[in-house]
Design a protein around this ligand. Sequence first.
Ligand code: NAG
Ligand code: NAG
Ligand code: NAG
Ligand code: NAG
Ligand code: NAG
Length: 267
Amino acid sequence: MSLASNWLPILIITLAAFTISSAIVANESAVRERPQSRIFGGQNAAEGQFPYQVLVTRTFNGSMVICGGSIISRNYVVTAAQCVNGYPASNYWIRAGTVKFNTGGVVIQVAEVKIHPQYPTNSYEYDVALLRLSNPLNYSDTIKPILLASVELPEGTPTIISGWGGVASGGLANELQYNTAYTLNRTSCIQRLNTIPESIRCLVKSAGNGICGGDSGGPAAANGVLIGISSFYANSCNSSLPNGFTDVIYTRDWIRANSDSDCTCSA
Ligand SMILES: *[C@@H]1O[C@H](CO)[C@@H](O)[C@H](O)[C@H]1NC(C)=O
Ligand SMILES: *[C@@H]1O[C@H](CO)[C@@H](O)[C@H](O)[C@H]1NC(C)=O
Ligand SMILES: *[C@@H]1O[C@H](CO)[C@@H](O)[C@H](O)[C@H]1NC(C)=O
Ligand SMILES: *[C@@H]1O[C@H](CO)[C@@H](O)[C@H](O)[C@H]1NC(C)=O
Ligand SMILES: *[C@@H]1O[C@H](CO)[C@@H](O)[C@H](O)[C@H]1NC(C)=O
């Protein structure tokens, strides 16, 4: 049974002429049986290559909501609001310290979900949330925090996007996938997507590359610093249109005020 037939974006809205979507719900048993597959244009990450990447999940009725997240301190993971909206914190879990999908590493229950107060639930504005963990992470070669960006990057800066989300051959990735996209200024992004929320920054890539369902909430990192949180893609995962990410600089004050990341966690 192909997982692709079970994909249901948890949020699909029409923004201008485009359909944008991101996080997905998958059938848990189908997820376990999914075939070998690869991300849109990406490649396998080595163990410990992205030690800040985590999987964020909620399981219910045999289904699973799948998202990514980034470790910003021993106690906090940053993800997208769309991934953790509407259910008690105890329904959510993170898995850290592994490139394998939903196996290995450590699994920790979420103790508290903090959704940005200006997240409107019906668009991708302020699509950011913090997860306070029920047990602190132990840092290791495969579990490390990432710094929050504080300085705008030049146009065209290479940025690494990563996640276990949908791959071109169908289904989710068995191994963490990564790919490169490039910073795109707001004016250029609006020319491509017509309109974007204030809190969104765009990354551009060629057709056949980029984020897909299940990558939401995951990191976009440039020079080893977190610049974006995966929020949406336009039209299809195979589209040549830019991907949307919650801008870490734009939302940084809220992230810092609501977590325990101190000044040593920004760069
Ligand atoms: C999930 O997939 C299994 C095996 O393919 C199937 O038996 C089951 O009915 C599915 N569950 C849901 C909730 O779709
Ligand atoms: C789980 O399944 C029950 C029974 O089919 C249904 O009433 C309930 O709404 C489902 N819960 C969710 C979160 O889908
Ligand atoms: C961290 O290490 C301590 C001491 O070994 C252990 O008790 C605890 O369960 C670990 N926590 C996690 C989240 O791995
Ligand atoms: C945005 O990028 C385009 C293409 O590189 C450039 O022509 C334009 O001047 C830039 N606009 C701003 C406001 O930086
Ligand atoms: C993805 O886009 C490329 C180029 O437009 C096209 O050749 C290919 O068939 C598309 N693949 C899918 C799965 O839609």
